[in-house]
Write a protein that binds this ligand. Structure first.
Ligand code: SF4
Ligand code: SF4
Length: 288
């Protein structure tokens, strides 16, 4: 089963929940420790909590077009097909802008003169290794200055091959843009971590909308719940999003997280609660 953990906005405690759930499962709920995938490739931080030994590294790249000016007739077909304005014909020159190119290959496929070849361009790296309690930890890391997270997330997704009954936990980037969609697509269940503020509700609405469009069942964990923002509950009830867990605001949790501790390192009693969240997800997905 694949569980994606997402939040409409950053700073809701999404990674704390995702890593805590992984530790709960690794500490005996199932025979196999889970696979944990940090898909927040622009700013991965799950390693701070799970302390993996990153032994394997694999570069990730995309294919960038290279124009053979001797064959090019400057017909402009490549520029017409490029949705990202990464290739342009200016008079007698056809220019490629690698920083805008998404490596989709359309220009190469459509060039009538066979004037375009492709060259690999590194955009980042995938790292993998064992983490606490045998968790199979993977993460992607976007190179500085490279704008495209999605090809790295796709490569991370491609390499996931869980054994029977092995759970996969995907820690999504914040927001609701393409990298989030690339992370949650194909998940069996989405855990949405939010906080009881107008900003939290605003971003939860966007995240819930994306989930609905993708047809992924979802539930909510309210972090730093202080019981003073009923609008969040109203939204969840009116949209049929189950509230699976409430974690009250406590200074001791905030201080522990700042020191790189997971929720269950700080307050082990949350282990049972997170396991019952997992059981509910399991029952829901198996009963569908
Ligand atoms: S499609 Fe091919 S021939 Fe036409 S401008 Fe582009 S590279 Fe040149
Ligand atoms: S590979 Fe795709 S994104 Fe890159 S220049 Fe060609 S059409 Fe544009």
């Amino acid at each position: 089963m694949r569980i994606a953990v997402a939040s409409g906005k950053g700073g809701t405690g999404k990674t704390t929940i995702a890593t805590s759930l992984a530790l709960c499962l690794a500490q005996g709920h199932s025979a196999l420790p889970p696979i944990f995938v940090d898909c927040d490739v622009e700013a991965p931080n799950a390693h701070l909590f799970l302390e993996p030994s990153l032994e394997q590294r694999q570069p990730v790249g995309i294919l960038i077009p290279v124009v053979d000016e001797a064959r090019c007739t400057h017909c402009g077909k490549c520029a017409e097909v490029c949705a990202y304005h990464a290739i342009a014909v200016l008079g007698e020159k056809t220019l490629v802008f690698p920083q805008l190119c998404h490596g989709c290959g359309s220009c190469t496929a459509l060039c009538p003169e066979d004037a375009i070849s492709e060259t690999p361009d590194r955009i980042g790296v995938i790292e993998r290794g064992p983490a606490r309690h045998g968790i199979d930890f993977r993460r992607g890391l976007l190179d500085v200055g490279k704008p495209m997270a999605v090809p790295i997330i796709r490569e991370l997704q491609k390499q996931i091959a869980p054994l029977p009954n092995q759970t996969v936990i995907l820690d999504a980037p914040p927001g609701t843009s393409c990298p989030v969609v690339a992370t949650i697509r194909g998940a069996d269940y989405l855990l949405l971590v939010t906080e009881p503020t107008p900003f939290g509700l605003h971003d939860l609405r966007l995240a819930a909308q994306a989930t609905q469009e993708l047809g992924i069942p979802a539930g909510v964990i309210i972090n730093r719940d202080n019981g003073t923002y009923p609008e969040l509950d109203h939204f969840c009830h009116s949209t049929g999003l189950p509230i699976l867990l409430r974690i009250p605001f406590e200074r001791i949790i905030a201080e522990g997280v700042a020191q790189g501790k997971t929720l269950i390192d700080i307050q082990p009693e949350y282990r049972e609660q997170l396991l019952s969240v997992f059981t509910r997800i399991l029952e829901y997905t198996q009963g569908e």
